[in-house]
Design a binder for this molecule. Structure first.
Ligand SMILES: [Mg+2]
Length: 289
């Protein structure tokens, strides 16, 4: 039986708490008096949680629909830099998810917000595809940028461009990494991820970069500010300890780790424990129990 079916009794209880229903006192009345901190918002990772290797994760669409019905505030937080908020939301909608552009936070969007706060004179944004939409307000300068901002610029990460970036950094440019993950295995075989390129420049130039995406507290703070909830009311749902669980813990929100997608048992070494361990996203409503 899917989780959202047997969790309906809980829905009645929540409605009662909100004063919207009065006739369910017979349903699980003990919950009414012993309610722990209520989960009112959830932040979902995208890759490995809602979709994986181009396919929708079983039960994900239904789970999101049910959470919406219950009035749970939803956000979708991905370390993708290639996608913009618009393209990420659009991709999810095409797969059947009810997702709005404004609910999505990509690492590229979060980095653009951070950069806007810095009011840079100029920057070199190393990124391609739709993620670049987030940076359209910025003056791109490959000759004398104040900031070099590294995202997934796979077609440009070659000897000439990386050496050019290295020299600019040694001449005073500052370095921002859109996220710090070293590898990406979401397509099966491991691939170099943004953190590898930014980390290489960081070491070669002898400086410290600022990283924005998960597990950085910046991106959790940015996400939370739009939810109108307290940290104690929110759960991060992800498939990786090193980004989703670590980031959530560091920021002070609870986390639910899914044992699918990019889940790697070796990451569960006892150093960071999720609050919930779920077999699949279809079980996510159990977090509300
Ligand atoms: Mg993931």
């Amino acid at each position: 039986m899917p989780a959202w079916t047997h969790a309906r009794g809980r829905n009645s209880v929540r409605s009662k708490r909100l004063g919207q229903a009065r006739s369910h006192r017979a349903v699980l009345p003990w919950r009414w008096v012993s309610m722990p901190t209520e989960v009112r918002g959830m932040i979902f990772d995208v890759d490995g949680v809602l979709e994986f290797q181009g396919r929708v994760c079983p039960g994900a669409v239904e789970a999101i629909d049910e959470l919406r019905k219950r009035g749970i505030v939803l956000r979708f937080l991905t370390n993708s830099t290639l996608k913009s908020r618009r393209s990420c939301a659009e991709g999810l909608r095409k797969k059947g998810f009810q997702v709005f552009d404004g609910e999505v936070i990509t690492a590229s969007y979060a980095t653009a917000v951070y950069l806007r706060e810095l009011k840079p004179r100029s920057c070199w944004v190393m990124l391609e595809r739709e993620g670049l939409e987030e940076f359209r307000d910025f003056q791109q300068d490959l000759e004398d940028p104040e900031y070099i901002v590294v995202g997934d610029n796979r077609s440009v990460f070659d000897f000439d461009h990386l050496n050019k970036a290295l020299r600019l950094l040694r001449n005073g440019a500052k370095l921002i990494g859109m996220q710090s993950e070293l590898t990406d295995t979401s397509l099966g075989e491991p691939e170099l991820n943004v953190g590898s390129w930014a980390g290489m420049l960081e070491r070669a130039a002898g400086l410290t970069a600022v990283y924005i995406g998960k597990p950085s507290p910046y991106v959790f703070d940015l996400t939370m500010k739009t939810m109108g909830l307290d940290k104690s009311e929110v759960v991060m749902v992800g498939d990786r300890v090193s980004t989703d669980v670590k980031g959530a813990k560091g920021y002070g929100v609870r986390s639910a780790l899914l044992m699918n997608g990019e889940f790697d048992e070796r990451e569960l070494d006892g150093s960071i424990e999720p609050d919930f361990l779920l077999e699949s996203v279809a079980d996510v409503l159990e977090v509300l129990e």
